[in-house]
Write a protein that binds this ligand. Structure first.
Ligand SMILES: C[S@@+](CC[C@H](N)C(=O)[O-])C[C@H]1O[C@@H](n2cnc3c(N)ncnc32)[C@H](O)[C@@H]1O
Length: 279
């Protein structure tokens, strides 16, 4: 039996590239059932509650499995989500998209309740965060992956939020949908060049969540169909990759009429978000 401190320093010595300082801390927090880093600090000299589980986790991490898949959960802003390898690991950039969306929705719709649509919803991170923080009437999430929809539903139950998750290809959803939404948020697959993707991401995350050919495919499908899903006054929030900016400007000019749009940068100074407003 070892203390948390002994395990921490032993693991630090391993110099495995995936077993970073913060990952070791996350693992220790999890196996001890601590709530946060402060709990770990307070109990650093105490015995680790579940060393067997910890070393099982360490083996998986050393094999390159992202720690979020090993722990089967992830913090996303102020919510905690269950995840598994059927869905994309929610990214920091998507947290930023949610914060931008929250601020703009509050400003534009004031205190009015909105109908919100999350296309390509994955774990449900975007719709769950926004349904927690925005006054909503109907919230719908759509994803083609049944496993992701199951997870999103589990997350919804745990967080006690009211979102309807539908397992459908967005193309079919557009055909069958009968509700008009005020807000659309979407982080679709948009990578077209496999060579730009990190080895660990490529090996462990679902390719269906990553790749689109051409990269602007999903944006074009949405722009072609927006009248079937959106009210006459609407706002759309998209996560994008910087290299798609020119294509997206072109698609907006082809498909959308009288809109205002803006691109915003992420914390790494890359153009990452597209916001389109129709007043
Ligand atoms: C980049 S992930 C985004 C997941 C989540 N919204 C997030 O931000 O973490 C894209 C999602 O699109 C889903 N997807 C891929 N093709 C789809 C399609 N034709 N219709 C609906 N969803 C699709 C994938 O299953 C995946 O969950």
């Amino acid at each position: 039996m070892s203390t948390n401190k002994e395990i921490y320093f032993d693991l630090k010595k391993s110099k495995n590239k995936y077993l970073t300082d913060s990952v070791i801390k996350y693992l220790l927090i999890d196996v001890n059932n601590f709530s946060n880093f402060s709990d770990l600090v307070i109990n650093f000299d105490k015995q680790c509650i579940n060393e067997t589980l910890l070393f099982k986790y360490v083996e998986e991490i050393k094999n390159g499995v992202p720690y979020q898949y090993v722990l089967r959960k992830v913090d996303f802003l102020d919510i905690n989500l269950l995840i598994n390898n059927s869905c994309l690991i929610p990214r920091q950039e998507s947290e930023q998209l949610c914060l931008i969306a929250k601020e703009m929705i509050e400003k534009i719709f004031n205190q009015k309740k909105v109908n919100l649509l999350d296309l390509c919803s994955g774990s449900g991170c975007l719709s769950l965060y926004l349904s927690k923080h925005i006054k909503c009437n109907i919230v719908t999430g759509v994803d083609i992956s049944m496993e992701s929809v199951k997870l999103a539903n589990q997350n919804k139950e745990r967080l006690d939020l009211n979102v309807n998750y539908v397992c459908q290809d967005i193309r079919l959803f557009f055909k069958e949908n009968k509700i008009l939404y005020d807000v659309l948020i979407c982080n679709p697959p948009y990578i077209s060049d496999i060579n730009t993707v990190d080895e660990q991401v490529l090996k462990f995350e679902p390719h269906q969540a990553l790749f689109a050919n051409p990269g602007y495919l999903f944006y074009e499908i949405i722009f072609q169909n927006y009248q079937k899903i959106l009210n006459s006054k609407y706002i759309m929030f998209f996560e994008i990759s910087e290299d798609l900016q020119e294509d997206l400007i072109n698609l907006i000019s082809i498909y959308l009429k009288d809109v205002t749009y803006i691109f915003k940068k992420d914390i790494y100074n890359k153009v990452r978000f597209l916001i389109i407003l129709k007043e």
